[in-house]
Design a protein around this ligand. Structure first.
Ligand SMILES: CC(C)(COP(=O)(O)OP(=O)(O)OC[C@H]1O[C@@H](n2cnc3c(N)ncnc32)[C@H](O)[C@@H]1OP(=O)(O)O)[C@@H](O)C(=O)NCCC(=O)NCCS
Length: 432
């Protein structure tokens, strides 16, 4: 997935000058250029994506088209049995993430070549434990962890993955592939390798009799089901400013900024504690009930909750509220750990970021629950807490001093049409 790594907002923003620092309201060339590009990309040709069963720009707003699969499944015997052809210097490899050696090769490829912010100041640095967690959920297929090597040197130069998931769109639960970690080595860009990789993962998904997929990207492709925005909550404002992630607001000093973002040392909600294995059934009930209200959301069962939400050191943190009186589990919050490498800074090499995952409030106000999540993230030494404006997140972002980031995250479905573009608040899905 590509998303926005960095904040650029008036008083929490980078040198990107989305809003120029000098006079506070001048719109920068950069930001104008981006806006023009975005509007143009609606008209831009997509030689590959135009051939795929995805919503096409020309069909936007055509309410006569039905919701659901764009193409019916083909008989399995008609699915192409051999891999797609790669340009001759390259060969396919299946990446066994159980193997320390393979996992390390994937880690190195992504660490050096995966998603960067627009100004190339930060690059996602998914940890090996995170990659193993993300790629081995219940029912995963090893064949969907696809690498490309140079035949002669065996160097791993490209990667794409899928994992199975049940995703509900309105009333229909559909088994889909969640596609992620598409990456082509920097030296091999713009050679049309990505379309071959996408076709190959699609073929391997079809081989398992699965015909739909969900994915996110920072780029506009045909056609987003929804467009979201990242918001950033500074936990360590001094470091964020030092590394250019954010900048001092107008009329702000460093000490006022530090004071502004200061959090209590301890969480405030009685009964707030870490999720434990015995909580899986209660958390599953809570989450299933909560996610019903969104148009598109995962259909989690207990196995999924055990995998995706039980705390895993340095990967996923989950907390809940157990009523001190009734011992009922009433609220839940979670965030995953995704650091970014800081490119070319003398003093700091890693930005430690927490990403809001699934949160459910029934008794504790969401704002108080999320404030407790910020407090534990601060205790755990995260520099920043990020959240998309999905689900009910908008209700706490501003009050808890999150600032909007400069990029957008677009959500897509493959071979599944929705009649209308969704508001971010209608989305109940977070992809890693
Ligand atoms: C994304 C990446 C793999 C694309 O490779 P590339 O060499 O730039 O592009 P290629 O020439 O191989 O292919 C271009 C096609 O891929 C499509 N494409 C580019 N990025 C894409 C994405 N993130 N998801 C799906 N398709 C994408 C393009 O739209 C184009 O198809 P079109 O002509 O129909 O529009 C590469 O730029 C990369 O590794 N970037 C850094 C990591 C990253 O951003 N990964 C994507 C996370 S969502």
């Amino acid at each position: 997935m590509a998303d926005d790594i960095k904040a650029t907002e008036d008083h929490n923003s980078s040198s990107d000058n989305t809003l120029a620092p000098a006079n506070g309201n001048e719109v920068s060339i950069d930001s104008l250029a981006r806006q023009v590009q975005e509007s143009l990309s609606l008209a831009k040709r997509h030689k590959f994506w135009e051939t795929q069963p995805v919503g096409q720009f020309k069909d936007l707003g055509d309410a006569s088209l039905p919701e659901g699969p764009i193409e019916p499944p083909t008989p399995l015997s008609e699915v192409k049995q051999e891999p797609y052809n790669l340009p001759s210097p390259y060969e396919w490899t299946t990446c066994d993430m159980d193997s320390e050696e393979m996992c390390n090769e994937v880690y190195v490829l992504l660490t050096n070549n995966y998603v960067e912010d627009d100004e190339n100041m930060f690059r996602f640095n998914y940890s090996k434990e995170f990659l193993r967690w993300a790629l081995r959920p219940p029912g995963f297929y090893r064949s969907w962890h696809i690498g490309v090597r140079v035949k002669t040197s065996k160097k791993l130069v490209a990667f794409i993955t899928g994992v199975p998931a049940r995703i509900r769109a309105r009333d229909t639960v559909v088994t889909m592939a969640e596609i992620n970690f598409l990456c082509v080595h920097k030296k091999l860009r713009s050679k049309r390798l990505a379309p071959v990789m996408i076709k190959e993962v699609t073929r391997r998904v079809h081989m398992e009799n699965i015909w739909q997929a969900a994915y996110t990207a920072g780029v506009v492709l045909p056609t987003p089901i929804s467009t979201c925005q990242y918001w950033h909550r500074s936990l360590n404002p001094k470091k964020l400013i030092d590394v250019g992630f954010s900048r001092l607001g107008a009329r702000m000093t460093m000490s006022r900024t530090i004071k502004l973002y200061k959090l209590p040392d301890q969480t405030v909600t009685p009964g707030f504690r870490k999720m434990e294995p015995h909580d899986v059934p209660a958390v599953t009930r809570l989450l299933r009930n909560y996610l019903k209200q969104f148009v598109v959301a995962p259909d989690f069962d207990e196995n999924d909750v055990e995998h995706w939400l039980l705390p895993k050191e340095g990967v996923i943190d989950s907390y809940l509220v157990e009523s001190p009186e009734t011992h009922e589990i009433t609220d839940f919050c979670s965030f995953y750990t995704l650091p970014s490498s800081i490119l070319g800074n003398q003093n700091h090499s890693t930005l430690k970021a927490a990403y809001s995952y699934y949160n459910v409030s029934t008794k504790t106000p969401l704002i108080q629950l999320m404030n407790d999540a910020l407090i534990v993230a601060k205790q755990k030494d995260f520099d920043v807490f990020n959240a998309l404006d999905v689900m009910q997140n908008e209700s706490f972002l501003k009050q808890l001093k999150f600032c909007p980031g400069d990029g957008k995250l677009h959500y897509y479905l493959y071979n599944y049409r929705l009649k209308h573009v969704l508001r971010a608040s209608e989305l109940g899905l977070v992809l890693l």
